[in-house]
Design a protein around this ligand. Structure first.
Ligand code: 13P
Length: 252
């Protein structure tokens, strides 16, 4: 099994250019010897170029937090995949729950973004996750399966090697309330089954499924010890070098 481990920081709407550069300067030295995992930072758009420059020659990859699914055009305020590639991005986070919640993004639009990202050589991280209410009603697997099926519609099995999925239960994001390792693994296993249903078992076994939602230095080891957790997507704790370093250097 050649599943990639991906340890990613989603900086959301934090960090000026100076703050961003300072953070990656600290990270790249401290992580220079770390192998066996993909290390990724996703700064805001305004800091992408500066961070790309700072990361040159390091083992840290660059990702964006969103894109607009068109080559170019009259889309005021939007950023195209070409621009992201030009800025040095290799990855792009798509369908984050904050985009679904605050910007009305729905599965077909996210699916379109995913296809366009792949066509430009970007590796999408498709985010899925249920609300507390949906979990309370016992619907978490149905909700997440629908997001997976709709989000991955029309994607070829070959292209799936560039797609990662992040399971981010909405009730765990920024709340300090993490899914237990068992809850996370159960959902990851269900997602892997969905991927198997779509693309077969070989692809499913090779798809990296990351966990996101209040990942911290003190819970990362347990989460990463789960057989179906192949990485993490970290918000708050990726904003300081000390905590993100410890997360990337998880022990399990
Ligand atoms: P927190 O780690 O701050 O809970 O955020 C998780 C997240 O949304 C990562 O994309």
């Amino acid at each position: 099994m050649t599943r990639k481990i991906i340890m990613a920081g989603n900086w959301k709407m934090y960090k000026t250019v100076d703050e961003a550069t300072e953070l990656v300067e600290q990270l790249k030295e401290a992580l220079a010897d770390v192998t066996g995992r993909e290390i990724l930072v996703c700064p805001p758009f305004t800091a992408l170029s500066a961070v790309a420059q700072a990361l040159e020659g390091s083992n840290i990859q660059l990702g964006a937090q969103n894109l607009y699914p068109a080559e170019e055009g009259a889309y005021t305020g939007e950023i195209s995949p070409r621009m992201l590639v030009d800025a040095g991005c290799r990855y792009v986070i798509l369908g984050h729950s904050e985009r679904r919640q605050y910007f009305g993004e729905i599965d077909p639009f996210i699916n379109h973004k995913l296809q366009v990202a792949l066509a430009h050589g970007l590796r999408p991280i498709l985010c899925v996750g249920e609300t507390l209410e949906q979990r309370g009603e016992g619907r978490q697997k149905t909700v997440v399966s629908m997001q997976v099926y709709r989000g991955l519609q029309g994607i070829g099995a070959e292209a799936m090697k560039d797609v990662a999925i992040a399971y981010e239960p909405i009730w765990a994001i920024g709340t300090g309330q993490t899914a237990t390792p068992g809850q996370a693994n159960e959902m990851h296993w269900a997602i892997r089954n969905n991927v198997e249903g779509l693309f077969g078992s070989e692809v499913a076994q090779e798809t990296s499924i990351m966990y996101g939602g209040s990942v911290k230095p003190d819970n990362v080891d347990e989460l990463m010890a789960q057989p179906d957790v192949d990485g993490v997507l970290v918000g708050g704790a990726s904003l300081s070098a000390e905590s993100f370093l410890r997360i990337v250097k998880f022990q399990s």
